[in-house]
Design a protein around this ligand. Structure first.
Ligand code: NDP
Length: 333
């Protein structure tokens, strides 16, 4: 018997999760039934949305069950197949990560070309975070050339791409916020942001006023809370906010209210929340454009790797704390 190690949710966290909320269990590697495949995972994703699925509340994705395996994006190689469509040796992307081996119906996997791009790219720049940045900026916020764009959470998987897409699509000024001096340097020196600031330095209002003298036309918000409130003060008439995430609120039982929503009226602002899953129709256009930018070396990609299934929870908690530059990836092999 080959052993499969699988992360289960042991407790529903209140506030910031702790290692004791998770349990790594051993089971036998499954055998495929008719139409199924077994995938040996090589890389898996840890995402902020997984924190939401640890709460027992109705949402767009069902909560993780207690004492059951968690789920998430992963890429691996098919090691057993009882399907005509997917062969042993195929590299596939699927949604049953948090384990070394996954058993799936063949129609729940997508074959990917790991000769064209590394497996991790399908969890980041060419995957869900990349499409989130693309659709959020272009379809939700409807970026136009010569506009000023502010991206919060700018050094992460989605944010670092959103800022660079803004630049490539003709924004006049691109500003970002992030949680360390090193990240701020990365955004300006590597990713071509015009300026960035460390939100932990305080006085976000003053920092935004200094860096956006002509106001903000488009705000791509990954953070919510204080940064959203302060950005609203800087928004120009008819500005658009793509409400992508609110990570400052995910681990705090006491959520921060936005106290200046009346500015939506006087400035005729649009705040639009969105989910990437409503934008799958854009996948082809996104993949084509992003592949071209990558080939022409016009977009920088950062990935932070943590090795080993044993360290997957550490990677997840690290991502929530800001230990990642770009996409946080767990390497399993
Ligand atoms: P990231 O790679 O950006 O990782 C999360 C980052 O959040 C950390 O690196 C940390 O960076 C930052 N962070 C943590 N706590 C705080 C805080 N209190 N205030 C400000 N920043 C904080 O994750 P993703 O790129 O995967 O996701 C970014 C956002 O996009 C999340 O809010 C996520 O929920 C959302 N999202 C939404 C989707 C949609 O369909 N709408 C799809 C995918 C993601 P730092 O060091 O800068 O603090």
């Amino acid at each position: 018997m080959t052993v499969n190690r699988v992360w289960h949710l042991a407790n529903r966290p209140t506030g910031f999760p702790s290692p004791g909320d998770f349990d790594l269990r051993e089971e036998a590697v499954p055998e495929p039934g008719p139409g199924q495949v077994v995938v040996r995972n090589e890389v898996m994703s840890v995402d902020p949305a997984m924190r939401g699925r640890m709460n027992d509340v109705p949402s767009y994705a069902p909560p993780f069950r207690l004492d059951a395996p968690m789920e998430g994006g992963a890429v691996g190689t098919v090691v057993a197949s009882a399907s005509d469509a997917v062969k042993v040796g195929d590299s596939v992307l699927h949604g049953l990560g948090w384990r070394e081996y996954s058993l799936l119906d063949a129609e729940r996997v997508r074959v990917v070309d790991t000769a064209a791009a590394p497996a991790s790219a399908y969890l980041g720049v060419l995957g869900m975070p990349g499409l989130t940045a693309y659709a959020g900026l272009l379809d939700v916020a409807r970026l136009r050339p010569e506009e000023t764009v502010f991206v919060s959470g700018a050094a992460g998987a989605v944010g670092s791409l959103a800022g660079q897409i803004a630049r490539l699509r003709g924004a006049r000024l691109v500003i970002g916020s992030a949680g360390s001096a090193e990240k701020v340097r990365y955004l300006v020196d590597e990713c071509g942001f015009d300026a960035a600031f460390n939100y932990r330095d305080g006085d976000i209002r003053a920092q935004l006023r200094r860096l956006t003298p002509d106001g903000i036309d488009v705000f791509f918000d990954n953070v919510g809370g204080e940064q959203l409130e302060e950005a609203l003060f800087r928004m120009n008439l008819h500005g658009r906010v793509a409400v992508c995430g609110a990570i400052s609120q995910y681990n705090t039982p006491d959520r921060t209210g936005i106290r200046n929503l009346s500015l939506l009226i006087s400035k005729r602002l649009t705040l639009q929340g969105f989910l990437v899953m409503d934008h799958w129709s854009r996948r082809e256009a996104f993949t084509e454009e992003m592949t071209t930018w990558l080939r022409e070396d016009r977009i920088k990609v950062a990935e932070t790797f943590v090795d080993g299934i044993d360290n997957a929870v550490e990677a997840f908690l690290g991502m929530l704390r800001g230990a990642n530059l770009g996409k946080m990836i767990v390497r399993l092999t």
